[in-house]
Design a protein around this ligand. Structure first.
Ligand code: AMP
Length: 282
């Protein structure tokens, strides 16, 4: 396994593999790897001859009052985990390599970027689409694997791939959870012991929504109220949003029927956690 920090070296490596007819799988991450990331790496490995993992805490996707500077980082641990998984390349560029002085270009996916997480994080998805487009141009993968954990991100990336004609197959891998059901996230590290214990109420609220829908309750407001009741009575969590959206297009659902993405964001102290579940009612 090799660590590459430089754009031209990354490009040369990928180009030579492409010329020899080999396939490249790519897993973009912000590091502080956990089993969720590893599951994406394993998926990429199954599908491709080579796997590239990028580790880059992307300043462009953090708002001015967000956690960019304190976002958890542990490169040595990440490196060992990638080595263990048989990753071929870690691409670990410096911020100045990707955003040199005078940088001016951003990729924006309209409409679906300013709903859900885009409401409380206005420029977040602009940062995500920009970095992912740049990484695609540098790593030149055949396949890229993202997690369903970030459901809105997955849909936005698919839209960008289609709109900008990237010749890359996107795979969305399932959410990996802790034994109690809390979705794994690098940000779980921020939670106090009490918050950590309470945070599994997110998954419980999603299971409650699923049960309601399975039992033919399609009243979005009623299900949403029941979820709110559960979260607020069993935890100190402050709800940012509970939303019912079409699982493919993110269009708002007025009735909870069809392919429903139930998406939630809840603050525990300063830590904002997101989770989601897709429920098929047909
Ligand atoms: P991040 O490092 O948080 O930017 O995440 C990098 C990739 O890992 C994204 O595609 C995430 O959706 C994915 N990911 C993060 N947590 C999980 C999880 N618990 N299960 C599956 N994928 C995840």
């Amino acid at each position: 396994m090799k660590v590459i920090e430089n754009i031209s070296e990354m490009r040369a490596w990928s180009e030579s593999r492409r010329i020899s007819g080999k396939s490249i799988g790519f897993v973009p991450t912000m590091g502080y790897l956990h089993e969720g990331h590893l599951s994406l790496i394993r998926t990429a490995k199954e599908k491709c001859d080579y796997v590239v993992v990028s580790i880059f805490v992307n300043p462009a996707q953090f708002g001015p009052n967000e956690d960019f500077s304190r976002y958890p980082r542990n490169f040595e641990n990440d490196r060992l985990m990638c080595l263990e998984e048989g990753v071929d390349i870690i691409f670990n560029p410096a911020a100045e390599e990707l955003y040199p002085a005078g940088y001016k270009t951003y990729v924006i996916t309209k409409d679906i970027s300013n709903i859900l997480c885009g409401v409380s994080r206005p420029d977040h998805f602009r940062g995500v689409t920009t970095i992912v487009a740049k990484l695609f141009n540098i790593v030149k993968p055949h396949i890229a694997v993202f997690g369903q954990k970030d459901a809105q991100q997955a849909i936005i990336i698919r839209q960008m791939i289609s709109d900008l004609n990237f010749d890359i197959e996107i795979i969305i891998a399932p959410i990996i959870r802790e034994p109690d059901g809390l979705a794994m996230s690098s940000r779980n590290k921020y939670l106090s012991e009490t918050e950590r214990k309470e945070a599994f109420v997110l998954f419980r609220s999603l299971k409650l929504a699923r049960l309601e829908m399975i039992n033919k309750n399609s009243d979005v407001e009623d299900i949403s109220n029941k979820m709110t009741q559960l979260i607020t009575s069993e935890s100190s969590g402050k709800i940012d949003y509970i939303e019912f959206r079409d699982a493919n297009t993110l269009e708002a659902k007025t009735i909870a029927e069809g392919n429903v993405l139930v998406a939630i964001a809840v603050y525990f102290g300063k830590t904002r956690l997101i989770d989601n579940m897709i429920v098929h009612t047909d």
